[in-house]
Design a protein around this ligand. Sequence first.
Ligand SMILES: [Zn+2]
Length: 188
Amino acid sequence: MYHPDRIRHPENCPALVLNADYTPLSYYPLSLWPWQTAIKAVFLDRVDIVESYDREVHSPSFQMRIPSVIALKQYVRPSEHPAFTRFNLFLRDKFACLYCGSPKDLTFDHVVPRRAGGRTTWENVATACSPCNLKKGGRTPREAHMPLREMPIRPTSWQLQDHGRAFPPNYLHESWHDWLYWDVELLA
Ligand SMILES: [Zn+2]
């Protein structure tokens, strides 16, 4: 029988890393380790294997199925604030322009323009469509008469996770579904 796992190259077998409480270590980005790291952690007794791919790796001294889901033995306190990345900023704003709500042609806008001292921070960068970005130019929202629909804030990891339910990662191995959101499978 054809089974995609058997022909899967090991490089395409990342392990989903769960915390000791069996929730993903992080969602954004999704906590994934390359298979080598996962197997090393197994041998160092730092993780439990929760599920495995069908694909095996062999060496002269051992053979084992590549872990597809592993759980840390020691609990790691999740960080309260997610990394300030382009993806996370789009996710905070739900992939829509904070000026007009358009989901198309998105870029970033400095709310207080850089030349007026505006910094590149969560609180001063907004998702904006290119037309709004152009229209606003080097002005503040007040000067441009372009009010923000929401004030840009530094989100907590929980807030991003909440928004993320609508934007699941592109690739999810079947063995990961039990450990992710209930609704990911329904939305994917
Ligand atoms: Zn816009």
